[in-house]
Design a protein. Sequence first.
Length: 302
Amino acid sequence: MIKNYKLTHLEELEYESIYVIREVAAQFERPVLLFSGGKDSIVMTHLAMKAFWPAKLPFPLLHIDTGHNFEETIVYRDNLVEKLGARLIVGLVQESINTGRVKEEKGPTASRNILQTTTLLDTIEKYKFDAAMGGGRRDEEKARAKERFFSHRDEFGQWDPKNQRPELWNIFNGRKNPGEHFRVFPISNWTEMDIWQYILKENIELPEIYFTHQREVFNRDGVWLAKAPFMTLKEGEKYEIKTVRCRTIGDISCTGLTLSTANSLEEIIDEIAATRVTERGGRADDMRSEAAMEDRKKEGYF
């Protein structure tokens, strides 16, 4: 007698994401996977490897490097690419600055995070990518909650949240005009807790910075930021040594660190379950305005 097997929640999410990734490979000629070295892009890469195993990834990884990354992230990225035998393309924000494509911000609150948009669009144009897969999740932020799986971008790389295509019965429309492209978000329906539980289930290796460690930090407007050569203290701010970890990873200038003693995936999951602070609650770039994320997405941010 054959018994019906009921998929677990994580298995359903995994199958859905793999289906979307395979649809991208089937519908587009030059797809790419955006890789930041953060946990979401790491899970995305893991899912992509599962989608095409035992073959290698049929598309490259793309990292937009601000030049202000955590060292642990870059070390992890390079080791993973070598391990997978994947092709890595790096778009440099510093190059965009040097060529006058963007102007670097000045002052204590300066960040290169917003400058990534121009570098990303230039890199997509340079390599003629027609689909860029990102690790955005709808639970992260209200602007990302508006995204479909296949998110159309016009010839200027811009997103119109009021003009999106229906996605009934998991039928995705990847048709586009010359010069346009798509951003695709295979893990849209995942939550932060899903990500951590999946990492535990699949025993996925992460950068050390996600686990508790001691680091020199300073407090700005209630957010702990890491010490770095390009960070400037305001009057009254001072460096302190704290036991912290990253909950989300981005440019050092805008990535808030969490005071934490969680040193294992199980402890991190327990910590996330008990917290009342959102995942991006410590991201300084999201605090610039109430609609900061949506404004950047309309301009071409992932």
